[in-house]
Design a binder for this molecule. Structure first.
Ligand code: C5P
Length: 397
């Protein structure tokens, strides 16, 4: 339910604008108050009168409107809402948001707001796939903008592919998710996830089989309880969680820097499978076969232990959680790790190949704390995430 929630809906100029009328109805049915802003191009697709009747509110259209500015300035308008929703979000408006442009009322509100933003992209498939749009989308994701869609399907222009705006009910669901309230509201949690890649030369690297699935599921569950999450991820195979502030890194050294930059936090969770070692001096050019049948030995040095360093740092979050992925003597190694790294909890899991856990969809974890060990049964990584998130919420509140 969205009772009492205030939503500022920006409608940009695309044929999908007609679906936004249904979106207004659905949001109001759930108890939300909707105020709308139309771009000049949007008025070619839906009329201000229709939108005003459906929202039951005044429709805002121009930046330099004296009456509007006297009644409610654009800064105030951008702050009065709990959430800004852009549907449809055109390639043009997405570009302006990514570039920080503010040349009309809609883009100015999006720059001026201090509230979360959810966008539902809608455009021709070629425009969506264009590298410029993809760059802009990546930037907005990194900025913590929430996305609904786009979906894949038949387009108004007759082409087929990704770029179709999500259906109104899907956007309404994304609105509920983005406004998730819960015991972790106001708490900032840093999560590391995925593998790291340690270069040998420009084309080769050392990596591991981590998919990033458990860290991503954990981020989603924590955000579902209201937490704001900074998600520092190596090159994972699963996409990063929507709505988190995503920082993409490649090496352990970059992850180390990104984690310290993300502090302070109320909790830090180290789900990444960080490479313990890196090549001392990665070659600047591709290493070639030299005809001897041998390769010059690689020299390794230990990577910084991010978990151990954060655990003893002056900015140490109140709750620091590490993972221990082991193939033998799980509990013995995990207990030793808890003591050695100086963290509060260790989530231990057996990643022997026969368990299928590394890269798989299930996990069986044991939570080790100063109070003892708590073994959870094998379940999906999503369920593990929910169980852990509930315990984290208990510990932080
Ligand atoms: O020492 P080991 O790699 O087994 O420890 C695992 C835990 O330590 C995980 O939580 C992992 O994310 C973290 N770690 C780290 N930096 C490293 C190595 C591990 O944060 N360089």
């Amino acid at each position: 339910m969205l009772a009492g929630k205030k939503i500022l809906l920006v409608i940009a100029g695309g044929i999908a604008a007609f679906k936004s009328l249904d979106l207004i109805r659905r949001l109001r049915e759930q108890g939300a108050e909707v105020t709308s802003v139309l771009t000049a191009a949007a008025e070619e697709f839906v009329t201000p009168l229709t939108v005003s009747v459906l929202t039951g509110n005044k429709v805002y259209r121009e930046l330099f409107d004296l009456t509007d500015e006297r009644e409610m300035g654009h800064i105030e308008l951008s702050r009065a809402a709990d959430l800004l929703v852009v549907a449809p979000a055109t390639a043009n408006l997405i570009g302006k948001m990514a570039g920080g442009l503010a040349d009309d009322l809609a883009s100015t509100l999006l720059m001026a707001t201090d509230k979360p933003v959810l966008i539902a992209p809608a455009m021709n498939v070629r425009m969506w796939l264009h590298p410029a749009t993809q760059r802009n989308v990546a930037q907005l994701r990194a900025d913590g903008v929430h996305f609904s869609g786009p979906a894949e399907g038949e387009m108004a222009c007759g082409e087929y592919g990704p770029g179709r705006m999500s259906e109104a009910h899907e956007i309404a669901e994304a609105v509920s998710e983005a406004l998730a309230d819960g015991p972790l509201k106001g708490k900032h949690i840093v999560i590391t996830s995925g593998p790291t890649h340690e270069p040998i030369d420009p084309v080769r690297y050392i990596a591991n089989r981590s998919s990033g699935a458990q860290g991503t599921a954990l981020a989603r569950s924590l955000m579902g309880l209201g937490a704001s999450v900074t998600f520092v991820t190596g090159p994972a195979t699963v996409p990063p969680p929507q709505g988190a502030k995503v920082v993409q890194v490649e090496t352990a050294a970059q992850m180390h820097e990104a984690v310290f930059k993300a502090l302070p936090a109320d909790a830090a969770i180290f789900a990444a499978a960080v490479a313990d070692w890196r090549v001392v001096a990665a070659s600047g050019s591709k290493i070639k076969k030299d005809g001897t049948g041998k390769i010059a030995p690689l020299n390794f040095t230990e990577n910084p232990d991010i978990l151990a360093e954060v655990s003893s740092a002056p900015q140490r979050p109140g709750l620091v959680i590490g993972f221990a992925a082991e193939t033998d003597d799980l509990l013995k190694h995990a207990e030793a790790k808890l003591a050695r790294k100086g963290c509060d909890w260790i989530i231990a899991n057996d990643v022997s190949p026969e368990t299928g856990i590394m890269g798989g969809s299930e996990n069986a974890v044991t939570i080790l704390t100063a109070a003892g060990a708590d073994a959870l049964p094998r379940m999906s990584k999503d369920q593990v995430a929910q169980q852990l998130a509930a315990r984290i919420a208990e510990a932080l509140t």
